[in-house]
Design a binder for this molecule. Sequence first.
Ligand code: ADP
Ligand code: GLC
Length: 511
Amino acid sequence: MKILFAAPEGLPFSKTGGLADVIEALPKALAARGHELAVLLPRYRNTRAIAVAAPSLTIPMDGAARFPQIADGGPVHGVHYYFLDDPEYFDREQLYGVAGKDYPDNAERFGEFSRAVIEFCKRVWMPDLIHCHDWQTGLVPALLRTEYAGDPAVQSLPVIFTVHNMGYQGAFPREAMKKLGLPEVLFSMDALEFYGRVNFLKGGLVYSDFLTTVSPKYAREIQTPEYGHGLDGVVRNRAATLSGILNGADYIAWNPEKDNLIAARYSTKDLSGKMACKKNLVEAFGLPGDTVRKPVIGIVSRFAGQKGFDLIEKIAPDLLAEDLALVALGAGEPRYEKLMRDLQKAYPAKLGVQIKYDNTLAHKIEAGADMFLMPSHYEPCGLNQIYSLKYGTVPVVRATGGLDDTIEAFDPATGNGTGFKFQAYDGNALLVKIREALHVYRNDPASWRRIQTNGMGKDFSWQASAIEYARLYEVACKSRNRITATSSNQAGAKSAKIPPAAPTGKGSHGR
Ligand code: ADP
Ligand code: GLC
C-alpha cells in the first residue's frame, strides 16, 4: 500500500518531542513490512533537501496566493521524504514559536501546510491513504471532505488522523477562516468552530475516516472531561472510529548494548557498564564525585505543565532533603525553566539542571540514572519511560495514559513489575512513591536488580504497532472502496476478510 504521512515534525530532520521519534520509526517499520512510504514535513531551517519535486504549488492566502515549492529529501531507511518549502513561513529559529510564545502566524503556516498535503498528492505522489498527525494537519481531512469533495483525483482518498496530544489544538481567531480561504460552512459547531474560534484539531477529529491515539488508556481518557481539553464530546461522537495504538521504541537508537552516545555499553547479563555511565552522567552535570554512591533520579522532558513540574515544585524541599541527586534536562515554558534554575541554585550539590535540547545528554541520562521520573498530569504515550526500561533505569510514573499502559507496578510479593506508579495527581502521592522506590534501591538490591531486568526484558519495538496500523489502513481503504496494491493482491485469496482495528478502550496491545 502507498501511504503518505503528513506531520509537523519528524526525525532525522526536525524534532521538539516524541512525535518526531514516531514519524521516523513508524514509517520505517511499515516500509520494512513492504509498504511504500512517503513523509511530508515542513522544511525548517537546517532541513536539507536534494532536489525540487514541484517548483510551485498555488495556495490561497489572505485574498491572494502563495507559491511554495515541494522539496525532495530523498529516501532514508526505505522511506521517501518531502518538504513543504516556504522559507518565509518555516526558515525560522524554532518550529512553532520562540521564548514560550507561539508564532503569531501559525494558522497561516499550518493552514498552508495542510493544503499543500492535498496538492502534493495531486502533483507529486498519489498515495492510497493519508495518515495525518496532530493539529497542524487537522485541516487536511476537513478540506478533503469539503472543498476537495468534488475533486475526482482525491475525493476517495481515505484519511486517518492520529492525536498525539489533545492539549495542543491550534485554536485561532475567526478571521483565520477568511485568511486561509476556508469555506464558511466549516465555521459551525459540527465542524471547525469551537467557542468562537477556528480549531484545527477539531477538523481532524470530525472529518477523518478513522481516529487513533497513541495508547489504549489515552483513547479512553480523551473521552472524559478531565482529559478531553474541552473536545471530549467530539471524541465521544467518533468513539466507534477511535483506537489506541501504543507507540513503540526504536531499539536501533535506544539500546544500551549498542548505544555509542553513552560511556559504556551493558546488557541484562552484565550491568557493570551502567556504573561507568552513572559516573559519566554525574560529571556531565558537574555534581560532586561521591554522588555515584547515591541514587540518581533522571528527568528528560519538555518543560510543560503536562509533565508534572508543579508537583516537582511542591515536593522539591522534601525530595532534596533525601540523600540523593536529581538531574534534569529540558526546555520549554519559561516559568518551569526558571523553577528548575532556581532549584538548582538552592541545591547545587544535589540538583543538576541543563536547559537545552541535547540528544547525547538524553541518552546519558537514560543510561546513567538509577530512576527516571515522569509524574505527568497527562501522557498520551510517553517514550522516555519506554527507553528507561531498556536501559535498566527504573521508571517512577503517574498512572496515566501510556505511562499506565507501559509500566507495571512492582509487586514485592511476586517480584513482578517494571517500575513504580502513583495514581492521584498529588505531590504527596508522588513523594510516597519515590520514597518507596528509594527504599527498595537502598535496602533490597536483589529486588532492585529484578525490577531492572524485568524492564530490560520488555519488548516495545514497533512491529506490533505497525501491524495494527496496517490493518487499520486496509479497513479505511475498504470503507472508501479504494483498491490498493495490497487489496488487489489479496483479491484472489479466499481469506481476504480484513480484521477490524482494535476497538476503543480495549487494551489491544498484547505485549
Ligand atoms: P513528548 O512528546 O510529550 O515531549 P515523549 O516522552 O513522547 O514526550 O517524547 C519526548 C522525546 O523528546 C524523547 O525522545 C526525549 O528523549 C526527547 N527529549 C525531550 N526533551 C529533550 C531534551 N531537552 N533534549 C533531548 N531530548 C529531549
Ligand atoms: C506527544 C505526547 C507523548 C507521545 C508523543 C508521541 O507529544 O505528549 O506522550 O509519546 O506525542 O506520540
